[in-house]
Design a protein around this ligand. Structure first.
Ligand SMILES: Cc1cc2nc3c(=O)[nH]c(=O)nc-3n(C[C@H](O)[C@H](O)[C@H](O)COP(=O)(O)OP(=O)(O)OC[C@H]3O[C@@H](n4cnc5c(N)ncnc54)[C@H](O)[C@@H]3O)c2cc1C
Length: 397
């Protein structure tokens, strides 16, 4: 019997395996998909400094490697109806210290996977878990090929549709964003590279007054277009090349590598562990947030770190009570963090959707005042990402 099984080789599962290994354990990582799977697509691109530090603690050198592969944009700007209302430039020294890295999720996952392989994490691909049962202090897992596995502790990092969470009857509460967003990745034209600035546009004139976020990463751009209530998201997704032309330039029309539309889920599990304190939910198995503020993958990696630490404490605890307390503490602390993240993401989404007159009035007033009162422009720049959180001293989210 292995001392820890992790289900799901997304960022949360891979990070949990790395941290468990660093703490001296031999986790078994089960993944439904095959080793050569295609994980392209518009998912996370923003990795916070604190996440880089957590990964570096689990595998020294990993944080700087991810930061070096990513991009720190030296400028961020915000426009209102085509007029600049905010700009901030980072100094060369700030850029060098990498307060964050902009890197597509598949590249981040590849770094995590390489690190797992280096330290010899046992990964079993093509192994979907179909059910889980807990009796006393043993977790029993059933896989699609009828294998039965036993473990004292399990980290469920099997994503938003988590089989483990469903199998345990743990419900999610929350909802889904009403408006849709079209998100596309656009490959950079090496002959015509654009200055790497993160740019948010309220009411972009070239996008028929839709809000647009443009985020550079090494080798490309993330284009995020907020649909209007009368838009057909599928139709708008098909028009991604036209948007790339209008927003990035004619050379970018044929460089869209991925486009998709989303209604963002915003849901938190009602418990992060089972009544026996043997299964710990982490990442999207435990919570889903809209991406504004980059809380999804980042908080999933923070969960992973905390879950591996709690299991280490439980496995080395002198008495069962200490073991239960460690897992209960994990569940309470990370659920509190998820609720904070959910509230912050909801604030960001309400600002972007601007359904309420009071929000729209505040935005218009700030746009008017911005040329003479920089704090108004600063507020317009920061509000699409929600309030900053500092409730968890080690992670911030
Ligand atoms: C458009 C968009 C933009 C985003 N931007 C950001 C951002 O900038 N920053 C950020 O922090 N987050 C962002 N996110 C969120 C981020 O992508 C997710 O939070 C992250 O992928 C969740 O990681 P995870 O490991 O929990 O789950 P997943 O990545 O979903 O991984 C789950 C894994 O479990 C496997 N699995 C599932 N079921 C089983 C089973 N039964 N048995 C075995 N294996 C199983 C799956 O195959 C998968 O490999 C964004 C998301 C979207 C959609």
């Amino acid at each position: 019997m292995t001392d820890l099984i992790i289900v799901g080789a997304g960022p949360a599962g891979l990070a949990a395996a790395l941290h468990a290994k660093a703490l001296g354990h031999h986790p078994l990582l089960l993944e439904a998909e095959s080793a050569g799977r295609d994980r392209r697509g518009s998912r996370a691109i923003f990795i916070h400094r604190r996440t880089l530090d957590l990964l570096d603690a689990a595998h020294p050198g990993l944080g700087p490697r991810i930061a070096a592969d990513g991009l720190v944009w030296p400028v961020k700007q915000t426009f209102w109806a085509g007029r600049k209302v905010f700009e901030r430039a980072y100094t060369a020294d700030q850029v060098r210290r990498a307060p964050f890295a902009s890197l597509p999720q598949p590249a981040i996952e590849q770094h995590l996977l390489d690190a797992c392989r280096t330290v010899g994490v046992d990964i079993r691909w093509d192994t979907p878990v179909t059910a889980v049962r807990i009796t006393g202090d043993t977790v029993t897992l059933h896989t699609a090929d009828s294998t039965v596995l036993h473990t004292p502790y399990l980290i469920a990092a099997d994503g938003a549709r988590s089989t483990i969470r469903t199998s345990l009857g743990i419900r999610l509460s929350g909802g889904t964003s009403r408006k849709a967003f079209v998100i596309a990745d656009v490959a950079e034209d090496p002959g015509l590279p654009l200055p790497p600035a993160r740019v948010f546009h309220y009411r972009h004139p070239a996008a028929h007054k839709r809000n647009v976020l443009l985020v550079p990463f090494r080798g490309g751009w993330r284009m995020d277009i907020q649909c209007r209530p009368d838009d057909d998201p599928a139709h708008l997704t098909d028009r991604a090349p036209r948007f790339a032309h209008a927003l990035l330039g004619p050379a970018y029309r044929d460089r869209v590598t991925w486009a998709s539309s989303y209604h963002f889920r915003q849901r938190v599990a009602e418990q992060f562990t089972d009544p026996h304190q043997r299964v710990l939910l982490a990442g999207e198995a435990a919570h889903q947030f809209p991406p504004f503020g980059a809380r999804g993958m980042n908080s999933g990696i923070a969960d992973a770190h905390a879950a591996a630490t709690a299991i280490h404490t439980a496995l080395t605890a002198p008495i069962p009570r200490t073991a239960h307390d460690a897992v209960r503490h994990y569940a309470d602390r990370r659920r509190t963090a998820a609720l904070h993240n959910s509230t912050a993401a909801a604030t960001a989404l309400a600002h972007l959707e601007a359904d309420r007159l009071a929000i729209r009035a505040r935005q218009y007033a700030a746009a008017l005042l911005a040329p003479r009162w920089p704090r108004a422009g600063q507020w317009l720049d920061g509000a699409p990402y929600g309030p900053r959180l500092n409730h968890a001293p080690t992670t911030g989210y």
